[in-house]
Ligand binder design. Sequence first.
Ligand code: NDP
Ligand code: MG
Length: 379
Amino acid sequence: MKKKITIIGSTGSIGTQALEVIEKISDKFEIIGLSAGTNVDLLNQQIAKFHPKKVCISTKAEIIDKSVKVLYGDTGLEELCSDKENDIILVAVSGKIGLRPTISAIKNGIDIALANKETLVMAGDIVIDLAKKYNVNILPVDSEHSAIHQCIKDISQVSKLIITASGGPFLHKTLEEMRNATVEQTLKHPRWNMGKKITVDSATLMNKGLEVIEAHHLFGFDYDDIEVVIHPQSIVHSAVEYKDGSVVAQLGLPSMHIPIQYAITYPNRVEGIKSKSFSFAEIAHLDFEKPDFDKFKTVSLAFEAGRTGGNATTIINAANEEAVFAFLANKIKLFDIYSITEKIYSETNVIKTPTLEEIFETDSETRFKTRELIKKYFN
Ligand code: NDP
Ligand code: MG
């Protein structure tokens, strides 16, 4: 029987790669729903090719195929993800928009393939508790978490998670070069082709910070037992250390097709889109180094917010995202992203066990404060 799937954010980097995977193994999947933000042209092309029953777009626009049910906006996304006909929902939207639809899917007992890391950074405790309550699997799409998921046989015997980071475009650049980095230089990631927001986060290493928080929630590990290591080749996607000192790592050529496919076909493995066979001899060597936490302060900030818990990680997520948007709009410099996020974080009171509504309030208030700060000091 075909697995029934909805992809939200089908027009993005992860969404389009997920459709490439599904095209290759189309005998295994039926697409129930797709969603776009504003790229309606691409959504129309995807509808013509994959024939979903329903779609959602952020605002009114013309959907050519009149047999498709069209939903709109944030409530439309929640409705799309509540449809119990789905076996799995791939959450591939970017930013805070992923949280509510993920919760709707969980409450309807639908498994989640989660690319949107902001969902767990904003409200990991709530989301993981709900997933347990409704007996829903949250299958990681993020390559590091997919790697860890693949390495763990018996989680009770694992003592440490080791998350690798490519180090982004400024790994071996001086502080001065990084300070003067343009948007164009920042968006040139050496290994991965991704959406703009996550590409900037990869350059500041905030992406790794967010991934540490994501790993804490997905696998229930203390922050003291999560380590970040720089590995520029992006071949070892992450690893786990077992109590007896044995280390199991997951390797592969850098491609998001594999983790996307593993999440949606789990627990099975299929041939799918694999392009060429892996060769250690061709790779020849793998490098590892300690992250420079003085240069990449975002990682330490994420660890600190993670250890503080409650809505602390909601705050850094929102402040960082607004600062990234300001950087992309050429309003601030790359280094200001950290200083702004740190300032907003240090000035906001933390709620230890926030409700979902308090999470959303924190998110909106933090974004407002961040935009005001940028207006005041950087315009
Ligand atoms: P993109 O920016 O490429 O895509 C984002 C998707 O979300 C698009 O389909 C976009 O629609 C949609 N979207 C954006 N805003 C809204 C909105 N307000 N309402 C409805 N839909 C919206 O991002 P990525 O694919 O790179 O990343 C998606 C998520 O996956 C992020 O959370 C990221 O952190 C995570 N991730 C990504 C990886 C990657 O390799 N790209 C790796 C690991 C995690 P449209 O374009 O039509 O406006
Ligand atoms: Mg990742």
